[in-house]
Design a binder for this molecule. Structure first.
Ligand code: ATP
Length: 515
């Protein structure tokens, strides 16, 4: 099962709710758009993903340290970073359906359709010509392909220049010219394109004593930049070194759909790596490989990831790549790796009037360090894991089960302790086992319902091990341990449980960087 398509996605969303992973925020008041709460199992899984990231970044690298900076920051931070002036999306409304869209996304989707047409032509021709087919030659010479490629080039050129120079009227003209219709009303009755800043603002202090505008941070990175000097001085780290942090970020997204993929309140895991100018491309390549390695170590198939190099770079970057994951609704960004030059530290130096430099004893020079950033959304990582994990299985005896094949290391509950019956001293023995394991693993104790039903419940939340206590356990101190994916059961002494579980929930050894 590939877990692609709308139906699979709906099932995954329903499963997340039914089994305590994710609830709509304030659901008893009908929810709040694009805001979600993590339930009892979701919170555990989210914590485990965060911890895996933190350990891989901070604990496993001797030259990376972690921070926890405040959500509120001085308003000048967002002026310096460019967010006040440039963190905008162009939005457009359809007057008939009253639906709001990102104008750039409408055009990108139109281009995507042209690309699909080309891909279809190519695959049709490949079938027709068989083995002798030369795809490159076909693309270079087929008139229909050439025509569509020219269209794509022309549209992209006009669109990028209109976007860069903020000619919003031209963006609207392009939408009208291309005949783009609203997917809901089917009409071309569009409003003008307007700019919409994605930052949430609020007031700090009471109005009477001169309150001022502050923002909920739209990214965690700026908390790292403004502390660069504090950390460098107090840690005495030498370049290259990194500063990592995880935390909430807020964006007033115009089109917030697709469950936890695009939320208005979400969590980021970001690391800024400070390097000597001129060495950024080398580090950019290093982090690209390293971050892929981190994702692949979880055992998600490699073909579910792909790299998307940015052709049009943001004003602060001199190289950028997205790692995309094949979500149920297609390949979309899960992590960005950006070479941000000295843009951020340079801008803060200018706006604050404080020197943000590094004295490099190796070359006897002071400079503003360059930065390579890795930035992954914790919630998108969560969605990748649950959408990869969801399986509906038919068992040999004809019954069915839903199992969440979550990497064991990240599973919300590691061990379920299940006395076979709720009498004859089995619950007491079960509690003894539970108390023995609970300091090392997140365990559940359950003695209600038939054992089969309890197994199914734990399959559905991805518990890698179920321990069953039966009458034999009372006489010889052994239990059966059932493994989630194979459903195989083994009889082992109680004192071996720790070892078996520890071994089973280890992450696969990582392939070496560069391989
Ligand atoms: P997108 O193009 O999808 O809006 P972005 O390029 O604006 O994303 P970045 O600013 O690079 O995203 O943020 C880094 C990471 O933060 C993204 O790769 C993504 O995983 C996560 N992220 C960004 N916006 C959201 C959001 N609204 N909801 C959940 N995660 C998000």
């Amino acid at each position: 099962m590939t877990n692609r398509g709308e139906d699979s996605f709906k099932k995954i969303i329903a499963h997340c709710k039914e089994y305590g992973f994710i609830f709509p925020s304030s659901e008893i008041y009908d929810g709040l758009s694009a805001v979600y709460d993590y339930g009892q199992n979701g919170a555990e899984l989210k914590n485990n993903i965060r911890e895996y990231w933190w350990k891989s970044m901070v604990q496993y690298h001797e030259n990376i340290v972690g921070l926890d900076t405040a959500i509120f920051m001085h308003p000048k931070v967002w002026k310096a970073s460019g967010h006040v002036d440039a963190f905008n999306d162009p939005l457009i409304d359809n007057k008939d359906s009253k639906k709001r869209y990102r104008a750039d996304v409408l055009i990108e989707e139109y281009i995507g359709k042209l690309e699909e047409k080309i891909a279809k032509e190519v695959s049709k021709a490949a079938k027709r010509f068989g083995e002798s087919f030369d795809a490159e030659l076909f693309i270079e010479t087929n008139p229909r392909v050439l025509e569509n490629r020219k269209k794509i080039r022309d549209i992209t050129e006009r669109f990028v220049s209109a976007l860069e120079q903020e000619r919003l009227g031209d963006i609207k003209s392009l939408i009208l010219e291309l005949g783009i219709v609203c997917p809901v009303s089917g009409s071309r009755n569009w409003t003008d394109v307007r700019k919409f800043n994605l930052m949430f603002g609020t007031q700090m202090g009471s109005a009477s004593d001169g309150s001022h505008q502050v923002y909920l941070r739209p990214e965690t990175a700026q908390g790292i930049f403004v502390n660069y000097l504090n950390v460098q001085k107090t840690s005495r780290l030498k370049l290259p070194f990194g500063i990592a942090q995880t935390g909430k970020a807020f964006r007033n997204e115009i089109v917030a759909r697709q469950f936890i993929f695009r939320m208005r309140e979400f969590e980021q895991m970001e690391m800024q790596f400070f390097v000597r100018p001129g060495q950024e491309f080398e580090w950019f390549e290093y982090w690209k490989k390293e971050r892929l390695r981190w994702l692949l170590a979880l055992g998600i198939p490699a073909e579910r990831f792909r790299l998307h190099k940015h052709e049009k770079l943001a004003h602060y970057a001199n190289a950028a790549v997205d790692i995309e994951y094949d979500f149920p609704f297609g390949f979309k960004e899960i992590e960005g790796i950006h070479s941000r030059t000295d843009f951020d530290l340079g801008a803060h130096q200018q706006h604050s009037g404080k020197k943000l430099q590094y004295f490099d004893p190796e070359i006897n020079e002071s400079y503003v360090p360059y930065v390579v950033e890795t930035s992954i959304g914790l919630d998108r990582m969560f969605l990748a894991i649950v959408s990869n994990a969801y399986r509906e299985e038919k068992l040999p005896d004809g019954s069915e089960r839903v199992v969440m094949n979550i990497p064991a290391a990240l599973a919300p509950v590691k061990v379920a302790v299940l006395p076979l019956v709720k009498k004859d001293g089995l619950p007491e023995k079960g509690r003894e086992v539970f108390n023995r394991l609970k300091y090392d693993f997140n365990c559940h104790y359950e003695d209600k319902d038939a054992i089969g039903r309890r197994y199914r419940r734990h399959d559905a939340i991805g518990t890698p091990y179920c321990i069953t206590i039966d009458h034999q356990s009372l006489t010889d101190n052994t239990v059966t341990i059932r493994e989630r994916d194979s459903m195989e059961q083994q009889r082992i002494p109680i004192e071996h449980i720790d070892k078996v579980v520890k071994q089973g929930i280890r992450l696969r050894p990582l392939p070496e960087a560069g391989s």
